[in-house]
Design a protein. Structure first.
Lengths: 667, 76
C-alpha cells in the first residue's frame, strides 16, 4: 500500500521522540566511569528498572509482530505473548537474585565469577555478540516498517534513522540514559496500548463488506457451473453480462477467473468492453457445493521494477490504483450488524460467534512472462471460533494435521521462548543497574506486571486490527499502527512515535550489551590477560565500547535492510533459540549445580550456540525464506532448534564437567 | 557458588515448578490435543483464551506472592 505522511503526524512524531531523548539525556547526565557507563552505577531505583525491563523487552517484535500476527491469524500470535511472558518466570525464580550477586557489568562476569577463566569470557562474549546481532535484525526491520506509513519514507530510511539515533544515545550516554529511554518508552507503550484497547472495546464490532476506504469487494454467485467459465464468453452477473477474459501466464484457470470490470453494452457486443480494466475472482465452493466467485486483489512486479496493482500502475492518481485495506467482520451472531460498546469478555465472546474476512496471500509458483512476479491476496471467511484457537497460522497449522514434526516444531518454539528470556544478554545486564538482589527481585516483579498486562492487551489490539478494515494485506507488521490510524490520526502519530521509541529503547539496550561484551569481555579480557598488572583503564574500555557500538550499529543497519521482508516475530524466534541454547544451560547449572567446571561452561556455551545456529541455517524456514530454496530439501526435520539444542547444552555441560572435575573436591 | 539454601530460594523453586507444570500442560494440550482448546469454559470463552490469559495472570500472581514472602523473610 502507498502511505502518505501528514504534517501533523510528523510533528507529533518528532515531539514524542525528541521529548523521550531529551528527558533521557537530562536524567542520565551524571554517569561517570565504566561502572556508570555499563551499569548506571548500580543506582537505578528498582521500580524504574522494572518498567525499563518492559521497555527493554517489549520490542518491535512484541508490539508490531505479535499484533500483526493476531490481526491476520488470531490466537497463534497470542501464543508468542504467552511464551514471552512465561520466560520471565525463569528469570525471576531462577536467575535474577543469583546473577546479581555474582556479576558486575556483563553476564560473562557472572559465569566467570568462580573461575577467572579467559575461555569463559570469550565464549560468553561471543555468544552475547551473536545473540544481540540476531535480535537487532528484527528491531531494524521493524523500524523500517514503521517509518513508511508515518513519514512516507522508504524502508531503509527508517533503518538508518534508528541506527543513527541509537548510536548517538549509546556513544554519548551509556546505561543511565538508555535505562531512562527504556523506562519512558515502556510506560508510554503500556499506557497507549491501554488507550487503544479501550477505544477498540468502545467501538465494538461492526459488519462491513470492505475496508475503510469504502471499496466493496464483489461476490458473484452461486453460478451454475465452473465449466461455464470459458474465455471470450460472457457470464451473467447481478451487474449485467461480463466478458470472461484470459488470465496472464502463471495463473491457474481452475482457481481464478478474470472478468471485465463492467458489463458490456449489449448482450452480443463483445468488443466494447475488451479494453476495460478487469477484476479477478477466486473460484470457491461453498458448503452446499455451489460455486462462488470472490474478488481478489493482486500485485505484479515487472522485471523493470514497475508495480501494478489489480492491473493498474500503483499510485493515487487517475488511472492508477492501490491495494484496498482489508480485515473486517462479515457477520455477527443473531444477524446483528453492530454490537455497540463491549466489555473485555463480551468482545471475545462476540468474536467467537462472528464470521471474519481474513486475507491470505498466494505467490504464483513460476514467475510468468518476462520476469514478472505476482502475489494474489484473497479473502477467506473464517468462523470466529477458529480465530480464537491455536493452529490458524501456516506455521502452527500442523498442530491440527497430526504431523509429528509440526508438533515438535511447536514445542520447540515454546521451549525456546520460555528458556530464552532469561538468557538474553540485554535483559541480563539490566540486573547490574540496581543496588542489590532485592532490587533485582523487585524490579523483575514490576517488569512481569507491566509486560503481562501489555501482552493481554495485544490480544485486543490484534483482534481490533483484524476487524478494523484498515489492514495492509502486504504487511502484517503494520497492523497495530494502522489500527490506530483507523481510530484517529493523532493516535496514529503517537502510537507510531512510541513504536519508534520502542525500537530505539530495545536497540540501545542491545547495542550496549554487544559493546559491553566486546570492550569488557573480549578486548578488555584479552588485555587483562596479557598485562597482569596493567589492566585496561576504565576510560579506554569505554572508548572501545563506543567504537564497538558504531561497528555493531552499522552492521545491524545493513542486516536490517537485507532482511526487510521477513516477519519480525519469526526473526526474534532465532535470537531466543540461540540465546537459550548457548546461555541458559551455563547459567542454570553454574548457579544450581556445584559440580560445574570451567571446561563444562565453555563447552556448553560454544556447543549450544553453534548447534542452534547450524540448525537454523539448515532449517526449512531459512531455506525457503532466506536462500529461496525448496523447503523440502532442508537437512533438519523441523525449523526451531530449541527442543534439541537446549537439552544438548545441559548434556554437554554435565558430561564435560564430569570428565574434567578435579580429583579433590573443590571447596 | 551455590547460594545458601534459604527460605527464599526454596519458595522460588517451588513456585517455579508450579508454573512449569502449568505452562508445560498448556503447550502439550495445544500440541497433542488441540481440539480440547475449543472447549467452552464459560458461556462465551473457550479453553484457549481462558488458559492463555490465565497463564499471564498466574505469572503475576506467583511473582507477587514471592515478592511479598521474600521481603517478609528478609526482615530482621
Amino acid at each position: 500500500m502507498i502511505y502518505q505522511a501528514s504534517p501533523l503526524a510528523v510533528t507529533i512524531f518528532a515531539m514524542v521522540v525528541g521529548l523521550t531523548l531529551g528527558l533521557s539525556f537530562w536524567l542520565g547526565r551524571k554517569a561517570r566511569g565504566a561502572s556508570g557507563y555499563f551499569a548506571a552505577h548500580g543506582q537505578i531505583p528498582w521500580w524504574v528498572n522494572g518498567v525499563a525491563f518492559a521497555g527493554d523487552y517489549l520490542s518491535a517484535a512484541s508490539f508490531l509482530g505479535i499484533c500483526g500476527m493476531i490481526a491476520f491469524y488470531g490466537y497463534d500470535g497470542f501464543l508468542y505473548s504467552i511464551g514471552y511472558l512465561a520466560g520471565w518466570i525463569v528469570a525471576l525464580f531462577l536467575i535474577a537474585e543469583p546473577i546479581k550477586k555474582l556479576g558486575r557489568f556483563t553476564f560473562a562476569d557472572a559465569l566467570n565469577a568462580g573461575f577467572q577463566s579467559r575461555g569463559i569470557q570469550v565464549a560468553a562474549g561471543v555468544s552475547t555478540l551473536i545473540v544481540s546481532l540476531l535480535y537487532l535484525i528484527p528491531q531494524m526491520v521493524g523500524a523500517g516498517a514503521l517509518v513508511q506509513p508515518l513519514l512516507g519514507l522508504q524502508h531503509w530510511h527508517g533503518v538508518v534513522l534508528v541506527g543513527t539515533v541509537v548510536m548517538v544515545i549509546v556513544i554519548t550516554a551509556g546505561m543511565v540514559s538508555t535505562t531512562y529511554v527504556q523506562f519512558l518508552k515502556g510506560a508510554l507503550l503500556v499506557v497507549f496500548s491501554l488507550i487503544l484497547t479501550l477505544l477498540v472495546l468502545r467501538g465494538g464490532l461492526t459488519v462491513q463488506q470492505g475496508g475503510i476506504d469504502g471499496y466493496r469487494f464483489e461476490d458473484i454467485g452461486p453460478i451454475p457451473s465452473k465449466n461455464d467459465l470459458i474465455v471470450g464468453q460472457t457470464l451473467q452477473t447481478p451487474a449485467g453480462a461480463r466478458l470472461i477474459q484470459p488470465l496472464a501466464a502463471g495463473w491457474d484457470a481452475t482457481q481464478y477467473v478474470k472478468l471485465a470490470r463492467s458489463a458490456i453494452a449489449t448482450a452480443n457486443g463483445t468488443d466494447a468492453a475488451s479494453n476495460d480494466t478487469s477484476k479477478i475472482f477466486r473460484i470457491e465452493s461453498d458448503a452446499q457445493g455451489q460455486t462462488l466467485l470472490r474478488e481478489v486483489q493482486w500485485f505484479d512486479r515487472l522485471a523493470d521494477g514497475t508495480r501494478l496493482v489489480n492491473g493498474q500502475p500503483q499510485g493515487t492518481g487517475p488511472g492508477q490504483g492501490d491495494l484496498h485495506p482489508v480485515g473486517y467482520v462479515e457477520s455477527l451472531a443473531d444477524g446483528k450488524t453492530q454490537t455497540g460498546p463491549l466489555g473485555p469478555i463480551g468482545y471475545l465472546g462476540e468474536i467467537q460467534t462472528s464470521k471474519l474476512a481474513l486475507w491470505r496471500e498466494q505467490k504464483l509458483a513460476t514467475p510468468n512472462g518476462q520476469g514478472t512476479t505476482t502475489t494474489i491476496y484473497y479473502r477467506q471467511s473464517v468462523a470466529g471460533d477458529r480465530v480464537l484457537r491455536p493452529g490458524e497460522h501456516p506455521m502452527f497449522s500442523g498442530l491440527r494435521s497430526g504431523a509429528w514434526t509440526a508438533k515438535l516444531e511447536f514445542l520447540s518454539l515454546m521451549l525456546a521462548l520460555f528458556a530464552g528470556t532469561a538468557s538474553l544478554p540485554h535483559i541480563l545486564i539490566r540486573y547490574y543497574t540496581v543496588k542489590d538482589a532485592a532490587g533485582a527481585r523487585k524490579s523483575t516483579i514490576v517488569g512481569i506486571g507491566c509486560i503481562g498486562f501489555f501482552y493481554i492487551l495485544t490480544l485486543y489490539l490484534g483482534l481490533g486490527g483484524m476487524t478494523s478494515g484498515a489492514l495492509d494485506p502486504t504487511d502484517t507488521n503494520m497492523a497495530a499502527p494502522l489500527l490506530a490510524r483507523s481510530l484517529s490520526p493523532i493516535l496514529f502519530a503517537i502510537v507510531s512515535a512510541i513504536a519508534f521509541t520502542t525500537v530505539l529503547g530495545t536497540v540501545s539496550g542491545l547495542i550496549l550489551a554487544a559493546a559491553g561484551a566486546v570492550a569488557h569481555d573480549l578486548i578488555g579480557g584479552a588485555i587483562d590477560a596479557r598485562q597482569e598488572n596493567d589492566s585496561l583503564s576504565e576510560q579506554s574500555k569505554i572508548r572501545i565500547a563506543k567504537i564497538a557500538s558504531v561497528i555493531v550499529g552499522i552492521l545491524a543497519m545493513g542486516l536490517g535492510v537485507l532482511f526487510a521482508k521477513l516477519n519480525v516475530t519469526y526473526l526474534v524466534g532465532w535470537a531466543f533459540s540461540v540465546a537459550a541454547s548457548a546461555n541458559l544451560p551455563a547459567l542454570v547449572m553454574l548457579i544450581y549445580w556445584p559440580g560445574t567446571t570451567k571446561a563444562g561452561v565453555i563447552a556448553a556455551v560454544w556447543i549450544g550456540m553453534l548447534s542452534a545456529l547450524a540448525w537454523i541455517l539448515l532449517s526449512a524456514d531459512t531455506y525457503s525464506k532466506v536462500y529461496g530454496l525448496p523447503p523440502e530439501s532442508a537437512l533438519v526435520p523441523f525449523s526451531q532448534p530449541g527442543l534439541v539444542t537446549i537439552p544438548l547444552g545441559f548434556l554437554v555441560l554435565w558430561t564435560v564437567s564430569r570428565i574434567t572435575r578435579p580429583q579433590k573436591p573443590a571447596t | 557458588m551455590t547460594p545458601p539454601r534459604t527460605h527464599d530460594s526454596r519458595l522460588a523453586r517451588n513456585l517455579f515448578v508450579i508454573y512449569l507444570i502449568a505452562y508445560t500442560s498448556f503447550i502439550l494440550i495445544s500440541a497433542l490435543a488441540p481440539s480440547w482448546m475449543e472447549t467452552r469454559v464459560t458461556a462465551s470463552l473457550n479453553l484457549a483464551v481462558v488458559y492463555g490469559v490465565g497463564l499471564i495472570v498466574a505469572a503475576f500472581v506467583l511473582a507477587m506472592l514471592y515478592g511479598l514472602r521474600a521481603s517478609d523473610a528478609s526482615q530482621p
